[in-house]
Write a protein that binds this ligand. Sequence first.
Ligand SMILES: [Fe+2]
Length: 174
Amino acid sequence: MELTVTDKTEVLKDWLRDAYAMESQAVEMLERQVGRIENYPELLAKAKEHVEVSKRQADRLKDCLAQLGTQPSSIKTGIQMLIGNAQSLSGVVAPDEIVKASVFNYAFEHFEIANYRALIAAAESAGKPEIARILKQSLDEELEMAGWLEQRIPQVTQTYLTRRETMSASEAKR
Ligand SMILES: [Fe+2]
């Protein structure tokens, strides 16, 4: 038996709250990374830009929830922000942090992409095309970020390894 429009709207609200928590997690992780990236100016600039993009995406989700007469869940958001904090600290002592963070961010972008695709389908199914249209803007931004990272990961890895080689070469001279 198919869900009623009211039931579908309840599911949509719940998923929008999850997505708001996800974007809060993204902001938390990226802000931590921004504070730690050195020697990779292009990556730093893109991370800073994506902090602002993610904040806008969170605002959009809040607007969608407001249109449905509700708001984000402070419990869900709080938990995700704690996770985001822990994730961004996990690489603290690793010298290859920049490579690991790029790989993680690429995976996280795809997590976001998948969530927006599900949300858009849910909004359409619940007869909320305006909400689907708003979410599509965020989906396009995540696709852009994922594409950017996809191109940069080999280059960041090469740069990292070249620097490591330079370091061991100078260590060898001593
Ligand atoms: Fe995002």
